[in-house]
Design a protein around this ligand. Structure first.
Ligand code: NAI
Ligand code: MG
Length: 330
């Protein structure tokens, strides 16, 4: 059966990198059925909301969603956070893997951050007080156990031997106390996988000084957001970092980066993060062989360094790099 894929290009370079990914997918002739859906700032100007009901409804019905990036609209709900919530995409997978010929600090890293996506400080529960405002940090046993279980399964399926829980239980005694306790409760079901836990501040340093100690990191929403951008910096920057948001019924795949207004319109955005997110999507819809082909074509393009974008030291436009990748598909 043809898989039903929702395509949300969004704003700025979200559109540019998605067009690059679609150019390559078209060449691969995968029999995917696309729905093109709107979200983001331009969508808000047109429809009065950055995330229309129709986008949510059709995304829910699709097998997978490819998401470019959106520009945040002040005083409106976040399109991506709304989608994660509405589609119950509780697990955010952010692989940190060195690629050839990139301006990376390390060239032999391979670990993954699993970020809890449904609660924590991103629950959106902020209220004003007389002298300022307060935000609620929600941590439940059920979500903490679910994300820990996801991390251990991910480790097993991807041949990692260790899962590290990252928290701040010395200060956030109740909330992160529960996160840590839930992690070790689930760990008992995975006796063949090593476990450890670190405080988030120490982790931020270890990511710079000895990142090779990490295999799979599991952490709460805000910590995962920050540590994954930090880690992306270790392997060449946001233009190279993909992610997947996984729920019970479907998955949404997006680069970690945003709409990059500083470079949008110039056709110089690196499409790699979007393409690696597409590789993750192809694996998710059980097109493993095709995923491998796409990844290999990208790796070949990076190794040859003939058609790469300026952030990688080249002079190519986004779509020219995409055409080069498409030409390497076997
Ligand atoms: P950003 O990720 O858009 O850009 C940060 C820096 O990385 C910029 O210097 C940009 O030029 C560079 N960069 C990002 N992607 C690149 C690529 N593919 N190739 C080459 N360079 C790249 O983050 P920023 O500037 O903080 O946010 C811009 C807008 O995007 C904001 O409105 C923000 O709220 C939104 N945003 C949206 C996200 C999403 O849709 N999931 C995620 C992060 C930010
Ligand atoms: Mg982020």
């Amino acid at each position: 059966m043809n898989k039903n894929i929702s395509i949300i290009k969004g704003d700025g370079i979200g559109i540019e990198v998605m067009d690059a990914a679609l150019l390559i997918l078209d060449k691969m002739e995968l029999n995917l059925k696309y729905n093109f859906l709107e979200a983001g700032k331009e969508c808000c100007k047109k429809n009065g909301t950055p995330i229309p009901e129709e986008t949510i409804k059709k995304s829910k019905k699709s097998d997978a969603i490819l998401f470019g990036a959106v520009t945040t609209v002040e005083d409106s709900p976040s399109a991506i956070i709304t989608l994660r919530k509405e589609l119950k995409l509780y697990a955010n997978i952010r692989p940190i893997k060195s690629l050839p010929n990139t301006n990376s600090i390390y060239n032999d890293l391979n670990f993954t951050i699993i970020r809890e996506n449904s609660e924590g400080l991103y629950s959106g529960l902020e209220t004003e007080t007389e002298n300022g405002a307060e935000a609620k940090r929600i941590i439940t046993r059920s979500a903490s156990e679910r994300i820990s279980d996801f991390a251990f399964k991910y480790a097993k399926n991807n041949f990692f031997n260790k899962v590290t829980a990252v928290h701040k239980a010395n200060v956030l005694k109740k909330t992160d106390g529960i996160f840590k306790e839930s992690f070790y409760k689930i760990a008992k079901n995975y006796k063949d996988i090593k476990t450890e836990d670190y405080y988030v501040d120490a982790t931020a340093m270890y990511l710079i000084t000895k990142p090779k100690i990490f295999e799979v990191i599991v952490t709460s929403n805000l910590f995962g957001d920050i540590l994954s951008d930090e880690s992306a910096g270790l392997v060449g920057g946001l233009g190279l970092a993909p992610s997947a948001n996984i729920g019970e019924n479907n998955g949404l795949f997006e680069p970690v980066h945003g709409s990059a207004p500083d470079i949008s319109g110039k056709q110089i955005a690196n499409p790699t993060a979007m393409i690696l997110s597409t590789v993750m999507m192809l694996n998710y819809i059980n097109k493993d062989k095709e995923a491998k082909k796409l990844e290999n074509a990208l790796l070949k393009t990076l190794k040859e360094k003939k058609q790469v974008t300026p952030d990688l030291g080249g002079t190519s436009k986004t779509l020219d790099m995409a055409k080069e990748i498409a030409s390497h598909i076997e």
